[in-house]
Design a protein around this ligand. Structure first.
Ligand code: HEM
Length: 317
């Protein structure tokens, strides 16, 4: 499944050139990712693991080749996607990077980081979102009922949802936010551009500081019984105005899976759409049977994946 999702996203976002010239990209990406979590700002993990170091080099060398090509005008016959650049967004990014005199390696790194954020956040998030629903028969039937109500009738038998309505449903929002809250191992970091005093602490220019995402997400003053997956904690009683408004604000301020400020995840709305739509489609078309409980692997930099393989039986309805 991971391989299929990876290549689908690679070819969608980066066109056809990468997979054709570099079929080992999935295996290299896997080793690269398993090693990277050790220290995103240090190369030590790669120095200690020569195989991972080689995978990282191959990945970057292939992205060097991918950017080292003529950048023609975007032809109108492919408004969103073409074989050479994939989605237009990537061609635009490359344009911008060249305009700002990024080196070839700098541009390659920027594109690799895009491949990274696409694959290591939304895909595991879809898995985790589905697991949370499938594990609870009650939640499964409530979620499926919401999906049924948002189905758009179609004459050709294709499944389509009114996504705007579906994702605005309080229960669907609850599952989304609760999955983000418990599934994030995010390491959002900033390098201080100048000395700053914060709560009586003097922080020095050049220091790397992290948003303590898990401390926020597990704050039991804000999320009572924080270990529990409870989508209904995000479902507020609309009649109970002021208090619930304050609580909503506090909870929202403590949910930081997408970072913040200028660097906040620019794909967060796409991510929400793709995860909810994928889950709605799968849960409407298939029955799922899962064995055992799932534990997440904390060795991650974005959204955590299951620690061990998950066995799932899927049957068309
Ligand atoms: C559940 C899914 C996702 C999560 C949890 C997530 C999380 C994050 C986080 C924590 C950051 C760093 C933010 C910061 O430093 O303040 C980030 C950055 C970024 N994400 Fe996402 N992301 C997700 C999906 C996506 C998707 C689907 C895309 C693209 C289609 C995307 C594109 C980006 C980009 C381009 C950045 C860099 C932003 C910048 O530095 O200006 N993300 N993401």
């Amino acid at each position: 499944m991971e391989r299929i999702v990876f290549f689908a996203s690679l070819n969608t976002f980066f066109g056809k050139r990468l997979q054709l010239g570099y079929p080992e990209i999935f295996d290299d990406f896997q080793i690269f990712n398993k090693t990277l979590y050790v220290g995103v700002r240090s190369k030590l993990a790669f120095r200690l693991n020569p195989r991972a170091d080689q995978a990282r080099r191959r990945l970057l060398d292939n992205f060097d080749k991918w950017v080292d090509t003529e950048l023609e005008e975007w032809e109108d016959n492919g408004p969103v996607w073409n074989e050479k650049w994939g989605v237009k967004l990537n061609w635009e990014r490359e344009n911008l990077l060249r305009k700002h005199d990024f080196t070839m390696r700098g541009r390659a790194c920027s594109h690799v980081s895009f491949l990274y954020v696409m694959n290591l956040n939304s895909a595991p998030m879809t898995t985790w979102f589905l697991i949370n629903i499938i594990q609870s028969p009650n939640l499964l039937s409530r979620f499926q009922a919401e999906c049924q109500e948002c189905l758009i009738p179609s004459s050709d038998g294709k499944l389509a949802f009114d996504l705007q309505t579906l994702k605005a449903r309080p229960l669907v929002q609850g599952v989304w936010k609760e999955s983000l809250r418990l599934g994030s191992a995010s390491a959002v970091a900033r390098v201080l551009a100048q000395d700053i005093e914060l709560d009586g602490y003097m922080l020095k220019q050049g220091s790397v500081i992290f948003i303590p995402v898990q401390l926020l997400h597990y704050n039991n003053g804000i999320f009572p019984d924080p270990e529990a997956f409870d989508p209904d904690r995000w479902v507020f009683n609309e009649e109970d105005t002021s208090q619930s408004e304050m609580r909503q604000k506090q909870m929202a301020a403590h949910l930081r899976p997408f970072g913040g400020g200028n660097g906040i995840c620019s794909g967060r709305f796409i991510a929400e759409d793709e995860v909810i739509l994928a889950a709605a489609t799968l849960l409407t078309k298939y029955d799922f049977y899962m064995q055992g409980q799932v534990q997440l692997n904390p060795r991650a930099l974005g959204i955590m994946s299951p620690k061990d393989k998950v066995w799932v039986k899927i049957r068309a309805k």
